[in-house]
Design a protein around this ligand. Structure first.
Ligand SMILES: [Zn+2]
Length: 116
């Protein structure tokens, strides 16, 4: 018999206007130290777009430079919830694990990347 499947996780922004549901993490969440992620203090888990369910209409995007990434935050409470790759051969969604509830966040494995 197959091992029981781990339940999906979900995050919300602080005001709960945005909710994102996604599969259990396959690898440690990544604290990226690139110019933008470092400022957001984000901790990312990466997925294919069809693995992630995003609910809420309070999403505001920040896109700059080569316009390959869209950093998405809640326009009510300002929390950075996820980014999406908008122009690339490999579309993906990164979920910000800092938005987990405290207990789940504290049990999360993570590592750092320099982001270059
Ligand atoms: Zn919010």
């Amino acid at each position: 018999m197959a091992a029981p499947q781990q339940a999906n996780r979900s995050i919300t922004c602080h005001c709960k206007a945005i909710r994102i549901t996604f599969p259990p993490l396959r690898e440690p969440a990544l604290e990226c130290l690139c110019s933008v992620c470092r400022r957001y203090g984000a901790l990312w888990a990466y997925y294919k777009p069809d693995e992630v369910h995003i609910e809420g209409d309070a999403i505001e995007a920040y896109v700059w430079g080569k316009k390959t990434l869209s950093f998405n935050r809640c326009k009510n409470c300002g929390c950075m919830t996820h980014y999406t790759v908008v122009r690339d051969t490999e579309p993906r969604v990164a979920v910000n694990c800092r938005m987990l509830e405290k207990e789940e966040f504290e049990s999360l494995e993570s590592e750092q990347s320099d982001g270059d």
